[in-house]
Ligand binder design. Sequence first.
Ligand code: ADP
Ligand code: ASP
Ligand code: MG
Length: 440
Amino acid sequence: MFLVLKFGGTSVGTPQRIKDLVKLTANGTPKIVVLSAMSGTTNALVEICNALYQRNTEEAAHLTEKLRTNYKQVISELFSKKESLEKAQELVLNHFNYILAFTLDMFTANEEKAILAQGELLSTALFHYYLEESGIDSVLLPALNFMRIDKNEEPDLPYIRKYIHEELVLNSGKNLFITQGYICRNSFGEIDNLKRGGSDYSASIIGAAIKSPEIQIWTDIDGMHNNDPRIVSNTHPVSELSFDEAAELAYFGAKILHPTCILPAQKENIPVRLKNTMQPEAPGTLIANVSSEEGVKAVAAKDGITAINIKSDRMLLAHGFLRAVFEIFERFKTPIDMITTSEVAISLTVDNPKHLTLIIDELKDIAQVEIDENQTIICVVGNLPKHQSGFASKVMDALRNIPLRMVSYGGSPNNISVLVNSSLKKEALLALNKGLFNKN
Ligand code: ADP
Ligand code: ASP
Ligand code: MG
């Protein structure tokens, strides 16, 4: 049975970090190691694509050259043997020539995805070459041979299961596999990806496909913290979370996990462990099918939310109004995150403004519509059983000085969500740290 270990951008961010991965991966236990691109690479590739979209080929070539120079430095520090260095030089040359070739041609979303895939292809090949130079046997598994999304952009699990097994059988007897996170093919067979931060999702999908005993997400922090450590300084790691709690936190802004990465693991009941590459002895966070202690565990925040207020006189005692509203969102494939209703109005939120103008136009045919942009969902997560009193009052009390645009409670026993103007997010997170965790 293979464990699945995913290492994020900072965990492969320097030559030394790549070298340090050997102790964590090459220790006999059978593993599939999923790597992100080196930190900064995907952002740099996005910049190159933006320049190409603007037909600024000179800028694109300049940015590509800059990134190539970084990689030249990386390989010169990573490899000490001449043959490995030469192999790595050729690899870097090939990948960057591939990127540069796009400056000569039309640029569309397909070319963009092909460029964005280069970061993971580079990091995995470099780690594989480094293992080879160190005399450690490993197999480089091309994710593009098995990782695939269907026409709804959902992982195509039967396909993934079939083709990853084929790859493993082809290499039977081997016990260290390296593969790319984030990248995949779509239903047309073109190169695609699982969206930014998607390497966590890759690891969870692979874990589910091979029914791994455990999925480990190795990153730059010692587990899921009780509050956003980028905003609040006094936070602590949470030792255990249920799948549902972790999924809510990931979906509502805890950047340590890709929003949907818990679901594949949860479906197969595979524990997910969050670990710190820089501090491997720290216990981290275990996410599993646990019935954890009652109470609030953590808080997360998701920005970029638009609230839509839909008011109709006809809603009073009318049935079918909610359906009419939801159908409009469904037609534009726009998910709704939060919803509250009164007898005459609905407030709901969306995080994807792509079709907002069209949605609002259609809503206006059946109701009066108002929108509030720049909103943030603050999500308080834990084990909050409905027969217990006091959770909501604690949250409301902590937030007593902050105007709340929406409040949602009771949808699941795992969360209380409120919507605030994004300018009040920091204040809200600090107030909750004090009110719920007694920390300043
Ligand atoms: P990786 O590149 O390894 O995938 P990410 O940057 O995606 O790493 O995720 C780790 C980061 O997530 C941490 O450095 C931390 O700043 C941020 N983060 C946000 N919310 C949380 C949280 N609740 N607990 C832990 N980390 C969090
Ligand atoms: N490299 C990709 C990104 O930066 C995927 C990942 O790191 O998870 O978004
Ligand atoms: Mg990440």
